[in-house]
Write a protein that binds this ligand. Structure first.
Ligand SMILES: [Zn+2]
Length: 350
C-alpha cells in the first residue's frame, strides 16, 4: 500500500483561496486497539467547514489541516480489539469523537456531545476530506453496499443534528404542526424528512420557489415565502389563530421574531444555530403566558446515531444531494456551499 495520500487541506484561516489539495500527506496509522482505518470514498460539506475555514474560537490549526466532518468509505484495516466491522465493510462515520474512558456525568448518561472531551472531525482533529482516516470503532457504523457513497457521506452530521432536535428535544408527535425555517440546507431537510416520517404536518419557508417545490416533493405540507414581512401572522391566519406546535429555527436574528409569532400555546422552539446573527429578543410575558419551551441542541449521542442509522439501513431518510465534486474541485464545492443556493448536501468524491 502507498504511504502517502491526497486530501483537501488548509494551512491558515481565510477564504476558499486557502484550500489546497495535497498529495503527499502521510496515511494515518492505527495506534489504538479500537482504531479503524477507512478508505474514504466520499465526504460531504457542512456549514461547520466554512466556520473552520474562516476561523472559529477554540480551533487550532496545524499546517496541512484536513477539513471535513462527514464521510463514508470502506474499512481498510482494523485494530486488534475491533469486533463491530471488518475490512471490506461499507461504513459511515459519526463525526463526534469523545474520550471513551471518560466517566463524567454526561458520558455516564450516554450524552456524549455534552462531554468536555467531545470534538468533531475536521474541527478538532483530522477530517474526512482525505483518502484515509482512522477513527475509533465507536464512531463507525456498517451500512448496506447498495447505498451509494455520495448519499451515505451526506447522511451523518445533518441527520444526527436533526434527529436530536425533532425526536429527542422537541419530541414531535403525529398531531404536531412543525415549522422549519429556511428549507434547503442539510439540517432543515433532515428535519423535514424525520418529522414527516413521524407523521407530523410540516410548514417550510424559503426565498426560492424552486426550493419550496422540491421540499413539497419531499413531503412538506405548507410552503411559505421567506420574504413575507408578516410570516408569523400568515401562519396564525392559516392555522385559525392557533399557531404551530414546534419551530425549528437555525437562522437566528433574521427569523426569530416571526418564529415566536408563529409559535402557539405549549409551543417548543429548537435552535441549533444562528446563521443570520446570534442575538435575539424575547418578551418573557409571551413566553410564560403561552407556556413555551425554548431549547438549544447540537449534534447527537450514540443512541440517536444508532436509531437514525437503523432507519437509513432500511432505506429511509436518504439525504438529497445537491452536487458532487472531485477533490480537485474542492474550492468550487466550498463556493457552492457558501452561496446558499444549494438544495441538499454538497459532496466531494474521493
Ligand atoms: Zn465525558
Amino acid at each position: 500500500m502507498a504511504s502517502r495520500m491526497r486530501a483537501l487541506t488548509i494551512d491558515a484561516h481565510g477564504g476558499v483561496e486557502q484550500l489546497r489539495v495535497r498529495d503527499n500527506l502521510p496515511i494515518p496509522t492505527i495506534d489504538t486497539p479500537d482504531g479503524v482505518r477507512v478508505r474514504m470514498r466520499a465526504a460531504a460539506l457542512n456549514r461547520l467547514d466554512l466556520w473552520v475555514l474562516g476561523g472559529v474560537p477554540g480551533v487550532t490549526l496545524h499546517e496541512g489541516w484536513v477539513l471535513g466532518s462527514d464521510g463514508a468509505g470502506v474499512v481498510e484495516s482494523i485494530g486488534a480489539e475491533v469486533l463491530g466491522c471488518e475490512p471490506g465493510d461499507h461504513v459511515i462515520l459519526n463525526p463526534g469523537i469523545v474520550d471513551r474512558r471518560c466517566r463524567c456525568e454526561y458520558c455516564l448518561d450516554g450524552d456524549q456531545p455534552l462531554c468536555l472531551t467531545y470534538g468533531i472531525l475536521g474541527e478538532h482533529r483530522a477530517g474526512t476530506l482525505a483518502e484515509y482516516l482512522v477513527v475509533p470503532e465507536a464512531n463507525v457504523r456498517v451500512i448496506p453496499e447498495r447505498i451509494p457513497f455520495e448519499i451515505a457521506a451526506a447522511f451523518p452530521l445533518a441527520t444526527l443534528t436533526a434527529w436530536r432536535m425533532i425526536v429527542t428535544r422537541a419530541q414531535v408527535q403525529p398531531r404536531d404542526h412543525v415549522l422549519i425555517l429556511g428549507i434547503g440546507g442539510g439540517v432543515a431537510l433532515a428535519c423535514l424528512q424525520i418529522a414527516k416520517r413521524i407523521g407530523a404536518t410540516v410548514w417550510v419557508t424559503s426565498g426560492s420557489p424552486a426550493k419550496l417545490e422540491k421540499a413539497q416533493a419531499l413531503g412538506a405540507d405548507h410552503l411559505l415565502d421567506h420574504r413575507h414581512p408578516d410570516l408569523g401572522r400568515e401562519i396564525r391566519t392559516r392555522t385559525g389563530k392557533r399557531g404551530v406546535d414546534v419551530v425549528i429555527d437555525s437562522v437566528g436574528e433574521a427569523t426569530w421574531s416571526q418564529s415566536l409569532i408563529a409559535l402557539g400555546k405549549r409551543g417548543r422552539l429548537v435552535t441549533c444555530g444562528g446563521t443570520s446573527g446570534p442575538l435575539v429578543q424575547l418578551d418573557v410575558r409571551r413566553m410564560f403566558w403561552n407556556q413555551w419551551t425554548l431549547m438549544g441542541s447540537t449534534m447527537g449521542n450514540d443512541a440517536e446515531f444508532d436509531a437514525m442509522t437503523e432507519a437509513f439501513r432500511e432505506g429511509a431518510l436518504m439525504p438529497p444531494v445537491d452536487s458532487v465534486w472531485s477533490l480537485d474541485e474542492g474550492r468550487q464545492a466550498f463556493e457552492r456551499l457558501s452561496s446558499g443556493s444549494q438544495f441538499g448536501k454538497v459532496v466531494v468524491r474521493l
